[in-house]
Design a protein around this ligand. Structure first.
Ligand code: GSH
Length: 271
């Protein structure tokens, strides 16, 4: 992991390795040199991916982006930027943050940028093959895509009231009606996915993929806040936590020294 402090965050896009191209055919026309084809552009595939993320302890969207890049199998440089510290406002104004308007995760693929976790999943699926992220079966894939999108746009109360905090364990506490309703919906979808498409695999659609990536921070919240989980979901949670990528992320989160006080507040006090 490359954890860097704010002063070393690059403020400009990294330069791709030098690439040599075959000469472009050209012709003379009335003394003017005219190119027959535009000069070939450097393909993004030759530059190493660069992923900018926030604190591993707290940044749930960063976890999704990071898992997606890991799942792609592509080599990448990882830049961890501590959120909301004294340098944050300045750092998020930097060139590399501009496309996302200062939010993480941001994936630079050469001179191409993708931000927003679900877009990053899709970009990488296009790059390395859909099968690494999405089920092959049409009905399964339709449900998987819907669930991933629903996670991305929904479960607002759960996200608001139970922020991700990998390092923390709170005792069980009453849940708001909104959160309870969202969890009912969530477990219903998990149960359907497992029953219809889980097969012999450990994850929602069998193999680890985009849907598990999108729900990974929910899994950590369930543990952090000691939220009761239906029996069928326990093996799924265990599989998510046992996944090597999750193990790596959690170890890094535990080792992080940054503390964001506003995210260290017990949910009852926060409500
Ligand atoms: N919809 C975006 C959400 C990105 C997001 O809100 N990231 C948070 C960190 S978890 C962030 O950058 N917050 C900093 C800020 O809003 O100033 C995604 O899917 O990536």
């Amino acid at each position: 992991m490359l954890a860097i402090d704010m002063t070393t965050v690059p403020t400009s896009v990294s330069v791709s390795p030098a690439i040599t191209h075959p000469p472009t055919p050209s012709l003379e026309r009335e003394g003017e040199l005219v190119r027959l084809t535009p000069p070939p552009r450097a393909t993004t595939s030759l530059a190493m991916l660069k992923l900018i993320i926030g604190n591993k302890a707290y940044s749930s969207w960063s976890l999704r982006g990071w898992l997606a890049v890991k799942q792609s199998g592509l080599p990448f440089e990882e830049i961890v930027v501590p959120l909301y510290d004294e340098a944050w406002d300045k750092v998020r104004e930097g060139d590399e943050f501009a496309p996302s308007s200062g939010k993480v995760p941001i994936l630079w693929d050469g001179d191409t940028v993708v931000w927003d976790s679900l877009a990053i999943v899709d970009w990488l699926a296009d790059r390395v093959g859909r099968e690494k992220f999405w089920p092959e079966d049409d009905a399964a894939r339709a449900m998987a895509r819907s669930m991933a999108a629903e996670m991305h746009s929904g479960y607002a109360a759960l996200r608001r009231e139970h922020g991700m905090n990998i390092r923390k364990r709170y005792p069980p506490a009453p849940l708001s009606a909104e959160v309870q309703a969202e969890l009912t919906r969530l477990f219903e979808l998990w149960a359907q996915a497992r029953a219809r498409f889980g097969g012999s695999g450990d994850f929602l659609f069998g193999d680890f993929g985009a849907v598990d990536i999108m729900f990974a921070p929910v899994c950590t919240r369930l543990v952090t806040y000691s939220i009761p989980v239906p029996r069928f979901a326990l093996p799924y949670l265990q599989a998510v936590f046992a996944h090597p990528y999750m193990q790596d992320w959690i170890a890094d989160a535990q080792a992080e020294e940054w503390v964001i006080e506003k995210f260290e507040v017990a949910p009852s006090a926060a409500a």
